[in-house]
Write a new protein. Structure first.
Length: 160
């Protein structure tokens, strides 16, 4: 997948039949060890995930490199209703890996049955010839009003 030069955000449907959501990983021509990538769980997807995990308070992001198979925690964040989550992932192992987000509670532990998974991401030492490890720039402009054609400068002057 990484060698094909993925141009859009990589997504995967959750492994649980009860939760319909997607975990998103910033697109990159290659996923390289030592380079940081952004993992996002949209607000609606976080809500759907937590709706299935009554009493759980947090969402944990982990990655499982193969063949080691041991989950490595990326981050655990408190769930805030109506808000999405974004974490940075810097792979250190080479080969196929799976990213996962699941409901977590400090007293009950993980609820790994209700999760959101992105499997089989190939992590390499360096990008193949003619490729790059650099994640694609996010689409949608800079986020500033001045980036809107025609009326952007006017909006910037009103807001600034």
């Amino acid at each position: 997948m990484a060698a094909m030069g993925v141009a859009a955000i990589v997504t995967a449907t959750t492994a649980s039949a009860a939760v319909v959501s997607t975990l998103q990983l910033s697109a990159s021509p290659a996923y390289c060890a030592g380079t940081s990538y952004t993992i996002t769980l949209a607000a609606a997807d976080a809500t759907a995930l937590m709706a299935q995990a009554s009493g759980y308070q947090d969402i944990t992001f982990q990655w499982a490199p193969y063949p080691q198979g041991t989950n490595v925690e990326i981050s655990t964040l408190p769930y805030v209703a109506g808000q999405g989550m974004t974490v940075k992932w810097t792979p250190t192992y080479l080969g196929a890996t799976t990213l996962v987000a699941y409901a977590y509670d400090p007293t009950r532990g993980p609820n790994a049955i209700i999760d959101d998974m992105l499997p089989n991401i190939n992590v390499v030492q360096s990008a193949p010839a003619g490729s790059s490890c650099t994640p694609a720039a996010p689409s949608g402009g800079t986020g500033s009003a001045s980036s809107i054609p025609v009326i952007g400068p006017l909006l910037s002057s009103l807001l600034g």
